[in-house]
Design a protein around this ligand. Sequence first.
Ligand code: NDP
Length: 330
Amino acid sequence: MELFKPFESQDKPVEQKTGTASEHVRVLIIGSGPAGYTAAIYAARANLNPVLYEGLQPGGQLTTTTEVDNFPGYPEGITGPEMMEDLKKQAQRFGTDVRFGMATAANLSKQPFSVTIDNEKEVLADALIIATGATAKYLGLESEDKFKGQGVSACATCDGFFYKGQDVAVVGGGDTACEEATYLAGICRKVYMIVRKPYLRASKAMQDRVANTKNIEVLFEHVTKEVVGDDNGVNGVLLENGKGEIVKKDITGFFLAIGHQPNSDIFKEFIETDEVGYIKTIPGTAKTNIEGVFACGDVQDKHYRQAVTAAGSGCMAALDAERYLGNRIF
Ligand code: NDP
């Protein structure tokens, strides 16, 4: 028995009144980080012919990091861009149609779901997997941008190891900043926390952890003015203290922990998110409040944010999508 009606439009794009082509696919995956590619590998192997749009930053956040030493299966480590290229090849090997393009609008109010790519092409999907990730916030300083990947990082767990025995700084006063600072304190000689307010926003438990870690110094009411360095990377940071004085700290690593912004804007009208915009999933699944729409990776995870957890949730999303499609005739 054939479970699915054949999608005529998949082979023959339908010209809409606007003149833009529309296409109908079974599984549409938006995002090309570890979550998106893992979902693609599983969906492709289940013969669901997934189409994956890479988004603005093909390969996702990992392409902005250098060595990845904590992804299981790479005893010698691997660079972020190489790992993402491998994941892409693996997804393509099983038939994933990987395309360059950015999802710019969505209508999830009816089946099939509609996603607009690059403001012009409409893709209709029976199941949608959202793996659009999150974007780390940066201060927006020119000098910070200049040293990205050369001492400036937004992920202590990814890059902390390179600063073993050195002095580093973490910007932010929330739970992430406290967590990153205590993680770095176990690797580095000294960790400065640069906090713009006279207090930490973090939970009491995290504040206590920071207070009980000898090699963390919290610089309250300090604002970063400039990251300084040379051809070898970062070697210091200029801060303005509460009295308006400029002070310099000699550091080689400058870590941002001022929050992430989940890339969920175009879906928010339909999908339940928390107050920040993280997509809510039913615990233990990748299911959202809309049947047939699944979310995986950092767009729905503000706690772990690791490549391996994103990949695991991508697998869950594909398995959930497979079961969803298997139970329905379209
Ligand atoms: P938060 O938004 O909680 O904290 C961001 C921090 O960065 C604040 O201290 C904020 O300062 C500071 N900040 C923001 N913008 C700037 C700027 N331009 N310059 C200087 N400082 C800036 O983000 P988190 O990532 O820490 O946490 C996000 C959520 O995840 C929270 O709900 C948190 O509880 C949760 N979380 C929980 C963890 C756990 O339970 N183990 C671990 C990590 C996160 P200000 O206070 O002045 O606004």
